[in-house]
Design a protein around this ligand. Sequence first.
Ligand SMILES: [Zn+2]
Ligand SMILES: [Zn+2]
Length: 495
Amino acid sequence: MASLSTLPTELLCLIISNLDPIALIALSQTSQSFRSFIKPERHHFVQRLLALELQPEHGGIVPLMRTVDNNLTPPMESDEWRRNKYACAGCMKLLTHLMFDNHSILRLGLRKPPPGSEQADKLTDWEPVDDKVAAIQRAHTREATKRERLQPWRRRFIRALRQYARGQGGQMGIGPDAFTRTGEEVRRRQLADIAEAEMYLCGISRHKRMCNECRMQRGDWARHTSSNVGSATVPIVRSRALPFQDEFARWFPNLLDDQVPPLAENERPRPFRVWNFDKRGIVAPTYVMRCRGCAAWQEIAAFRVRRDWFSGGRSMVWEGNLVRCLCSHCFAKKHGQAKLAEALLNCVLTEAGNELRRIQYRLGHGWRIVISDFDAEVGRLRSWQAARNEILGGHRLLLMSPMRGDTLANERDRKELQRRLYRLRRLLMDEVDQRARNEVLQSWYRLWMEDYDLNQASFFRMLDIIAKIKENPQLLVDYALHPDRFRFETASWLS
Ligand SMILES: [Zn+2]
Ligand SMILES: [Zn+2]
């Protein structure tokens, strides 16, 4: 049987130009003669990398995004995203999605194209290199043809998107399930048009995608942008959202997990949200920051930054703060471990204090309502005064507003309040009439009652953490200097 290398050149060229980008490079690496015949160029290697990022074993998932409302499947906080990788056309590597800003992986032209789309099934654009100048000309022509071919799809896409937005009341981002002025049939057609155009346009600019570090070298982070909330010397790039058990765990992920077990999903109190009312734990955006000392990109939890720099938006992050920030390894190298322990302890106590205040608010929330339910003129439990004394009966904690955390830490008080809460629960469940029950057990009040025990358990869990750390601050140093703690590839909370 004739081997590939004995085929006539014309036939060989035809076979090679029908390979996919991965097979092209593989063939070029089989022998010296194929290498010099194919002469793969940089853009062939980029195309190979872009094909690899679509393979589950190399690139992980291909998330699907619906442009009309930016709905992402699977959502960013899901486990499937953890091993999701993207190609960087700068350093020519497949890197975790955390090394790219959200635009670089979610914008239509930069997304991973879904199966069945033009980009996902792309063959190599290899052509025999006879004459360098002719090859460059051919590349230009190819680009121009591609632009021309995609132009109608672009126009169609934009037109359908505008029409759809107008039908939705002129607002984008409210989703196909929202109120609509257009007929169902028209709306379905517009959505189909958008989806069809997306199959041609999705991923067409991926060869320009670059990771945070390559963009740093190119000067993209020289100023604040919607992606860079840091500064030119210390960029901080907003990244995907991740689930955490509470705010404290967001800043100190996995801290003391071996001594104080993390809360399972059903042990997490609901944080009194306006939306996602019944969801437990929190979902918070992550930010990756470049250490000035070691140039490594790490999640900001590695930098002991102040939480309020972020809650106030980017205006709170200023150069003066950032230039002092070093990752824990660089900080220890420069200032010593004792200073690191001191800085970490400071941060932990601040964040733990904030967490205790949040839990305390949730514990106290309902008691204030119970008092007015019994005592106000139009109180919803006014007709059940017989139970009032057993429930409120002048306990000193219930006279305080808000309740204080240190008094709740007292074992006797804690038991007493819990006893009174159970009595209130019995009153509401077994003694009052259905109407009063439905009226009272609503909104955050219901959450307060249902999650009271969980909040109380979280409160004491937090105190336990604080006590253990105060007793041995070295625990914090070991935690922060653990080599895998904040590495994208190995940290269990990131990857
Ligand atoms: Zn790169
Ligand atoms: Zn560093």
